[in-house]
Design a protein around this ligand. Structure first.
Ligand SMILES: [Zn+2]
Length: 55
């Protein structure tokens, strides 16, 4: 699986998977929390969606 943020193969790092919204939604994969938090910052997902995370 490729990192949503930087397109690296997440399995080569310390992968973090985020399922957003619906149960059957495609999970987003990030190589690590740095990519996750940067992606969230750039897309403003921290506003309102934070309670859906399961780190
Ligand atoms: Zn990444």
């Amino acid at each position: 699986m490729d990192c949503v943020y930087c397109d690296s193969t997440v399995e080569e790092h310390d992968p973090v998977y985020v399922a957003e919204g619906a149960v059957d939604a495609e999970p987003m994969a990030f190589c690590n929390y740095a990519c996750l938090t940067t992606y969230v910052d750039e897309h403003g997902l921290a506003d309102g969606a934070a309670c859906n995370w399961s780190p």
